[in-house]
Ligand binder design. Structure first.
Ligand code: ADP
Length: 238
């Protein structure tokens, strides 16, 4: 298990400053939510951590090692997006094994790993189905299996549950937390849903206008909100 450090990360597009000297630490093995309103820079920060986007300034460290200039495919991150991004023409087994094959892991060793993660996400027996033959929640579990099968160092989740209806979403929250605990992966979860962040996380970091304005344990944030966005938790509860 490794932690992730973000040190003074800035990013802009033209005259728009999306991230303004963001510094924080995501603790090893923990589930941390990046919570904030739409447009606050959450996805951009997650993509910078994953190596999909380069920062203008600042450093990213995995387990103390500077990975700022390490390309995406060498960073060993697993990522799940809001839209499932499964290959529609491939069945569940082939979708999951894809990343392993790309790393040169094939044959029996690869098949064993696929069976292991499909069991973890409770999809044993679904190997031959195509994505369109699965529910939204099942598709998202396949995406999760695909993200963790390569044994990444860090799991990055960008609003993975927001396309699901309310009941399915609650079931998936429980599933997600169980899978995270079983895998022990350092996990960063982007959401604009305060309740979701508070329910799921060990730690919550609140982003607003490209800066982290508060971070702490869910209870601490709930009891001592430091700005209007954080205070809206209390509004929701009353
Ligand atoms: P969030 O995930 O919190 O909704 P984002 O990180 O997606 O926020 O976006 C933050 C801001 O940066 C938004 O105003 C968005 O329009 C802008 N932005 C994000 N990516 C790009 C891009 N590739 N080009 C231009 N503007 C972008």
């Amino acid at each position: 298990m490794i932690g992730v450090d973000v040190a003074s990360i800035s990013k802009g597009y033209g005259s728009l400053r999306v991230l303004d000297q963001v510094s924080t630490s995501f603790k090893a093995g923990q589930f941390t939510s990046l919570l904030g309103p739409s447009g606050s820079g959450k996805t951009t920060l997650l993509r910078i951590i994953g190596g999909f986007v380069s920062p203008d300034d600042g450093k990213i460290r995995f387990g103390g090692e500077d990975v700022t200039d390490v390309p995406l495919w060498q960073r060993k991150v697993g990522m799940v997006f809001q839209s499932y991004a499964l290959f529609p023409h491939m069945n569940v087994h082939d979708n999951v094994i894809f990343g392993l094959n790309r790393q040169g892991i094939r044959g029996e060793a690869a098949r064993k790993e696929v069976a292991r993660v499909l069991e973890m996400v409770h999809l044993t027996g679904f190997e031959q189905r195509k994505p369109k033959q699965l529910s939204g929640g099942q598709q998202q579990r396949v995406a999760l299996a695909r993200a963790i099968v390569t044994k990444p160092k860090v799991l990055l989740l960008d609003e993975p549950l927001s396309a699901l209806d309310r009941r399915l979403r609650q079931d998936m929250q429980i599933e997600l937390r169980r899978i995270q605990r079983e895998s022990g992966l350092t996990t960063i979860f982007v959401t604009h849903d305060q309740e979701e962040a508070l329910t799921l996380s060990d730690t919550v970091a609140i982003l607003d206008g490209g800066r982290i304005i508060q971070e702490g344990e869910p209870l601490d944030i709930y009891e001592r909100p430091r700005n209007r966005f954080a205070a809206s938790f209390l509004g929701d509860a009353n």
